[in-house]
Design a protein around this ligand. Structure first.
Ligand code: NAG
Ligand code: NAG
Length: 351
């Protein structure tokens, strides 16, 4: 093997193992159609400029094929409304709360935050809680973060405990007892998020639901990590935790689940999905939620962990048959666990 070939092989190896990603799902979103310039972010997790250039070239050449794939895969989509990525701030819930208030909906100042951390740093709920002096329950497993939360937001009750689907209802019992409709429900625990949400949805109502979504698994794939007592410890001790793909659930899984309880998808970006209850739909006029989850995904700027953007793009734009895609998604997760974890953790998957 010549040095040139060795370098090429090495280059390919590095490329395929790169697993954190910040950027758009659709590489053409990085292209300015007016002047052909490329918008590239000079940050640690961005796609290398050369790879992005190749991806853009591929998308320009296969644009029609990819459009056909999307229209085939999205036949059973839940939402049909175009998704304006600038309509909703996924990193700060306060503008959305204000939008509902301005439309005449009464706020209760009550909320639930599962996976609250310190309530302050990087929490999309912080401005809402502070401005409204909102009260409710914050669930957090780390005692030090619980302490910081109590100092930052003393009016909020902190349930300092590891959450499971079995104990979540007792951890949030005080808000269930007073039966007030919540302004906001947030779940972000980087592990078995969906099994926890599934316990909460029948027990309470919120105007806004904010969920962590694993952005690497595109619609229509409904994928979710299930509860396992060792999952979070595994995640937390992995080096580095940012590279762990077995976390959370996919956008399509959440859209299907939340629809059963009357919630509309209104936004998706980073690794978060925002839903509002159908009873507040009129606040979005002239937009008509639920938004098209395929369109939201295609427009999204994502922050992905543990799965290369090449794979995600293949599942979303290239494979027009879920009977081919499902085994591929399944194989990816099982393969990753066989290589990286002491055991297989359970997940759900359907297309
Ligand atoms: C915030 O609410 C708490 C109790 O819920 C109350 O004791 C406190 O005075 C309130 N603060 C403001 C600034 O309204
Ligand atoms: C799916 O893609 C294949 C090529 O990869 C093509 O032959 C086939 O017609 C496509 N099917 C549909 C339903 O678009």
């Amino acid at each position: 093997m010549s040095w040139a070939t060795a370098a090429l092989v090495l280059g390919l190896a590095i490329r395929t193992t790169r697993s954190t990603y910040k950027g758009f799902v659709n590489p053409l979103k990085h292209l300015n159609p007016e002047d052909g310039s490329i918008f590239w972010l000079n940050i640690k997790d961005s796609e290398p400029a050369q790879d992005l250039g190749l991806a853009i070239q591929d998308f320009l050449e296969r644009r029609e094929e990819y459009r056909d794939t999307l229209s085939t895969l999205s036949r059973n989509r839940v939402g049909t409304e175009r998704c304006d990525p600038l309509l909703v701030d996924t990193q700060n819930i306060w503008p959305t709360v204000q939008r509902l208030a301005n439309a005449g909906f009464e706020l209760s100042g009550r909320y639930v935050n599962v996976g609250a951390s310190d309530g302050e740093n990087d929490d999309p709920l912080f401005e809402y809680v502070q401005r409204m002096n909102a009260t409710g329950i914050a669930v957090e497993r780390d005692p030090e973060r619980c302490e910081r939360h109590r100092r930052a937001l003393p009016q909020v009750e902190v349930a300092c405990s590891a959450v499971t689907p079995q104990n979540v209802l007792s951890l949030v019992a005080p808000v269930l007892l007073d039966k007030t409709e919540l302004d906001v429900l947030k779940v972000d625990i980087d592990s078995y998020d969906c099994p926890v949400i599934e316990m909460l949805l029948p027990a309470l109502t919120a105007k806004i639901v904010l969920l962590e979504a694993n952005p690497s698994i595109p619609p229509p794939y409904q994928w979710a990590m299930l509860h396992h007592p060792e999952l979070w410890n595994f995640f937390n001790s992995f080096s580095p935790p940012e590279d762990v793909p077995i976390r959370g659930c996919s956008l399509a899984y959440e859209v299907e689940l939340l629809r059963r309880y009357g919630y509309d998808l209104v936004a998706f970006g980073g690794h978060d999905a925002i839903f509002t209850h159908e009873s507040v739909r009129s606040a979005w006029a002239p937009h008509k939620p639920p938004m098209d989850e395929f369109d939201c995904y295609n427009e999204a700027f994502i922050a992905a962990n543990g799965i290369s953007i090449d794979k995600t793009r293949r599942w979303f734009f290239e494979l027009n048959d879920t009977q081919v895609g499902l085994p591929e998604v399944w194989e990816f997760f099982v393969g990753w666990m066989q290589e990286n974890s002491p055991q297989l953790f359970p997940f759900a998957l359907r297309g």
